[in-house]
Design a binder for this molecule. Sequence first.
Ligand SMILES: [Zn+2]
Length: 430
Amino acid sequence: MNIDSIVYFARELSGDVETNINGTPYTILSRHKNQPGNDKAADYIQQKLEYYGLEVFNQSFGSIGRNVYGVQTGTDYPNQKYIICAHYDDMPSGTLAPGADDNGSGTAAVLETARVLSQQQFPFTIIYALWDEEEQGLIGSAYYAANAASQGDSILGVINQDMIAWDDNDDGNADVHTKSVGESHALKDKMLEVNLTYEIGLDLDVIDPGEPYSDHQSFWNNGFTAILLIEDDNDFNNYYHTTNDLFIHYNQPYYEKMAKLSAATLATLALNLDMRISHTPIASRDNTEDIQTSAEIITGLTIGSGNAAPRLYYRLSQGNEWSEFFEVIGSEANINTTYNFTIPGQSLGTIVQYYIAAQDDQESIIVTLPMGGSGYNPPGNIPPEEFFQFFVATTNIAFSDSAMNADSWTATGNWNITTEKFVSEPSSFA
Ligand SMILES: [Zn+2]
């Protein structure tokens, strides 16, 4: 992703600079559906997507509605699709409607993603889609999604971007909207993970259930996996739907991060760079025996071996402090995607925190559980911010000395006292 390129697209779309559409100079002054500039914007989008070598479709609906999308066919799974999208139409309704943030920003980000990713091959099909008539009630995306549903399309995930360049207080905060539809939560998790793995540096809030006010809702309505990436709702664009929604109000470093996050999430998924760790957290125990646990690594890639083999890292409470992390190398179980780990027995009164990490043999992806760790060879040598934890203690000690008065234990977060029957959630300790 190139900030100069993406910003230039946004300036062309919002009339900040003149562009050239099919050989003729043109300045896009309004992308309201009833203005001639909107159809010109669609021509501009089509021209860009064709230039990148994509197969481009114009999808007409209503009297003048026009979605434009480019298709990059997957090499292994051509019928399974990821969609990255934005609406290109805007408000207000007059002859002047720059819509730089809403939604020139999302549109330019999709085009820049197409420019970069169209040079690569992906196992899954990618669709770069720009919707029309979002402002009249998600009409373009609803038309597409309903069609896709009725013809049984296999849409694995939709990343919608709508208003991604405004960050007036410069806090790097953005919202990811998700909902219990399809695998939307897993898609949201992947975006959060990509933000950490690639150190993009956004401060992401999850909105669940997400708001219905942009094109992702059209996909939710048809049962498809979808998320929305959008600016912080508490730092709202002052010029929303006005003739002052101009490029000069962009926070460019923020915009670049937002565009990168969407593109990197899409690329990770479309490259089948997916890797997940499935693990039942270790329960607290009242004995000092060795602690056995296991994790399943789910991926289409080859799991690393040797120095790249899955790891479990644990640390121990020591008075007010934590020990360093100790490393346990996973050993392959009979089912070769499952790995066993043995933590040595600990004395009663110990709190143990731990996380699990895995990478592929080509060093294309590293995942930790809880998420957020990084580093290759060994995987996860940089810990996440949250850990699983359990207690090695007699029930008596845990309840009378610890939970009740906290004299014998030191921690700075919630206790989450556990028994054999209750397993603690991941929790963060200083
Ligand atoms: Zn919008």
